[in-house]
Design a protein around this ligand. Structure first.
Ligand SMILES: *Cc1c(COP(=O)(O)O)cnc(C)c1O
Length: 395
């Protein structure tokens, strides 16, 4: 099962897609004077930039392509190192590897995001950037991360793929570092099936990301080549139907996040009387996505017992979200002289083996969040889930 936007898919998305289909023109570029051309991709970019309060937004084909274009926009060169958390989705590593960079893994802390404490230990003369990942909708400790980045002159790419709708100290995620990458796949806060967005305040970065996403072109072309092409690009373009659906979802995002906060608060209050666990740290408790409620048990044994009783699993079992479970990434790292195995990141291993992701809005077994509630759960359903959880803790 998917993310909250998918649960709230409705007539707005259908009408938006049908409008494009009736017009009969699906390509992101067209002639302004052609009535068939509804410029939905341009509109999504404008509206997302306004939503994030940032100068530039670029729509792409996926979160992964957003990461690739962002990495290239930062001007990183093959062999440069970028610090990435040991707990993230595989795309955070694969995008780095595909553009020839070296991912250097770092520990997470009890927020289940990059541990600022560990970052400085990982810096070498080749380190050029940090990729904080706002895992499970929870913003990283960006004040400390940005301070480290400034001190060591490092660029910051925020992986916001799981965190559309989250803010940190009053700023939308993605607008704090140099550039931010979002995903619109079905497991995220809002979705258009697949799709992505990039945000930045820096025009030069925007122009390179744009060129990378479209064969070297300059922004705002309408079907014809504009200017000379200095950047070699690929094709990560979004089409008009995807953008129309994405716009309909974007217009629901604030209501989605507010509803999830309400339901998570209710669930958290109900289970807080049980013993043997803590809630994970939220770096800005009022402003995360509330897509999940993550609990960290005092012991591995308790975590294993509770998750087993509820038919779920501990976070260390959640497949391609944990470095030690990614055989393809491990094979690659071994080849470039960086052997890793379970145990290489003891703090991350320990926290994840004691953690359980409880779904609030993102119901995703792959994330270890196959059990919990969803955005449409009633009060009675929330109460039932909470008492099942408490029973499992006490059993
Ligand atoms: C989903 C995700 C991505 C990739 O997004 P796609 O749209 O599936 O390509 C990258 N990073 C993280 C942390 C993600 O959760």
């Amino acid at each position: 099962m998917p993310g909250p936007g998918a649960y709230w898919f409705g007539k707005e998305e259908i009408e938006a897609a049908m409008e494009v289909l009736h017009a009969g023109y699906l390509f992101r570029y067209g002639n302004e004077n052609d009535q068939k051309f509804l410029h939905k991709v341009f509109d999504l970019e404008k509206e997302f930039a306004r939503y994030c309060d940032i100068n530039f937004a670029l729509a792409t084909s996926s979160g992964t392509s957003s990461l690739v274009a962002s990495l290239l926009a930062l001007g990183l060169n093959p062999g440069d190192e970028i610090i990435v958390p040991a707990y993230t989705f595989v795309a955070s590593y694969s995008s780095v590897i595909f553009v020839g960079l070296v991912p250097v893994l770092a520990e997470i802390d009890e927020s289940l995001t990059l541990d600022p404490e560990d970052i400085e230990y990982r810096i070498t003369p080749r380190t050029k950037a940090i990729m904080p990942v706002h895992m499970l909708g929870n913003p990283c400790d960006m004040d400390r991360i940005m301070a480290i980045a400034r001190k060591h002159n490092l660029l910051v790419l925020e992986d916001c793929c799981q965190a559309a709708g989250a803010s940190y100290n009053g700023k939308k995620v993605g607008t704090i570092g140099d550039i931010g990458a979002f995903s619109l796949n079905i497991f995220k806060t809002i979705n258009s099936g697949d799709g992505g967005l990039i945000v930045t305040n820096d025009q030069a970065l925007y122009e390179i990301a744009f060129a990378v996403h479209d064969q070297g072109h300059k922004p705002l072309r309408f079907g014809v080549e504009v200017g000379s092409r200095n950047v070699l690009g690929l094709n990560f373009r979004m089409n008009e139907i995807t953008a129309a659906v994405g716009l309909a979802q974007l217009r629901k995002i604030d209501k989605i996040v507010a509803t999830l906060h309400e339901k998570r608060d209710k669930f958290k209050n109900l289970i807080s009387s049980a013993a043997g666990f803590q809630f994970r740290i939220l770096n800005d408790p009022q402003a995360d996505c509330a897509t999940l409620c993550t609990v960290i048990f005092d012991t591995k044994e308790q975590a294993a017992k509770v998750t087993r009783a509820l038919g779920s699993k501990t976070v260390d079992q959640s497949g391609w979200h944990v470095y030690a479970n990614m055989e393809h990434v491990l094979n690659h790292l071994k080849k470039v002289g960086q052997p890793h195995k379970k145990g290489s990141y003891p703090k991350t291993d320990d926290i994840l083996s004691r953690s359980m992701n409880i779904s609030i809005g993102v119901v995703d077994g792959g994330l270890g969040a196959g059990w919990g509630i969803n955005i449409n759960s009633t009060n009675a359903e929330i109460e039932t889930a909470a008492s099942q959880f408490i029973d499992a803790c006490n059993s």
